[in-house]
Ligand binder design. Sequence first.
Ligand SMILES: [Zn+2]
Length: 294
Amino acid sequence: MLDHFIKSRWLALLLAVAIVVALVFVGRRLNATKIGGQGPAEPFRIAGNLYYVGATDAAAFLITGPEGHVVLDAGYPTTARLVMASIAELGFDIKDVKVLLNSEPHADHGGGLAVLQEVSGARLWASDASAGTLASGGDDPDGFLPLRALTWIGVLGYPPPRVDQRFKDGDTIRVGPIALTAHVTSGHTRGCTSWSFPVRDGYRTLNVVSACDLGVLASSTYPEQAADRERSIRVLRGLPADIWVTCHARWWGRYRKFVASRTARNPVDPFIDPDGYRAYLDSAEAELREGRTH
Ligand SMILES: [Zn+2]
């Protein structure tokens, strides 16, 4: 009788372990193949040497130059192949991408960096606060603990890219004539980075700002977050922006502007949107004042 009881307890334990292992296995597979609602989007030139190479909403940008190119953000791991297809469709070679940059290291923007890095051999630059999260494949120390635990077992997170270089707030990263200035605009995450850089359109130079996410996720919070967001909004308000973008394409009107650019006399004009930039910052400020998360 006792023998039988011990045996069945062992069987139950074994079954439980087998179920957990199977769930982890299935979870890892689902995570690795997760599309996150992203579909292919037609790549296009925004202005000068700045191109959109992202998916329908997870943005990625290509900045081209004679001594090599820069790619900012990579979407999910499964978005990386869309980014590579877009780069090829525009007539550029992924192997000429020398530098990879990131806005913030959540899976929808940092997830595909390892794939792009492997194929291109490019060097990844990261802010101090983003570097650890990127190099660990998405383990954000400010993240909600149960979600972090799922990252540790591979059910969340992404293949970790190699962080080659770190920058400080205000540093400029150069590849030949390309010069992008990093603004560590903490808040969404501690290392959230906005980028500013000039592009040439014929006779004029346009100021581009890639603003980081300014909202807060309930799953990613830290004590100085509100003060950081306050400061980041102030910093971004001080940047001259003719053209602005951010990591989610729907927020800056990718499709609307792309469609308008096809019939515009100068296809760059629909992307010139300082009012949209101010509206983005105003709504981020309202979200902060009202204590909303997103
Ligand atoms: Zn995020």
